[in-house]
Design a protein. Structure first.
Length: 121
């Protein structure tokens, strides 16, 4: 993974950030917590992300074993992205992170009871 941030620290948190700490990575995971999505659906749910950056994040998350890509059966035949079983273990972590951040004085949304992480603007 060329250019990917490395902390060179033996800490498990540093390793977690190496896996999901790049910009947009956790937001991609957030979208996939809701279920499998096509690339275009991911782009629609992540306004502001470029196609190149989304492609890169999906590749990195795939290499990390968090996301997988598969082709749907005919007649659809579309390629979709979904969380692996290990990647799905991020759901409570992301939900807890969202709850924590929703209490920030800088979060202007009221999202304390949301099951899926809120979008703070």
């Amino acid at each position: 993974m060329v250019g990917k941030r490395r902390y060179g620290d033996g800490c498990a948190i540093a390793h977690a950030l190496e896996l999901v700490g790049e910009r947009w990575a956790l937001l991609v995971v957030r979208e996939l917590i809701l279920g499998p999505k096509r690339f275009t659906d991911l782009r629609a749910g992540l306004p502001g992300v470029s196609a190149d950056v989304l492609t890169q994040r999906l590749r990195e998350l795939g290499e990390a074993g968090i996301v997988q890509r598969r082709k749907l059966s005919p007649p659809a035949g579309s390629w979709i992205y979904e969380l692996t079983s290990w990647g799905a273990e991020l759901e409570p972590i992301i939900t807890d992170l969202a709850r924590w951040s929703s209490r920030s004085p800088h979060c202007r949304t009221t999202c304390r009871s949301a099951r899926i992480p809120p979008r703070c603007h």
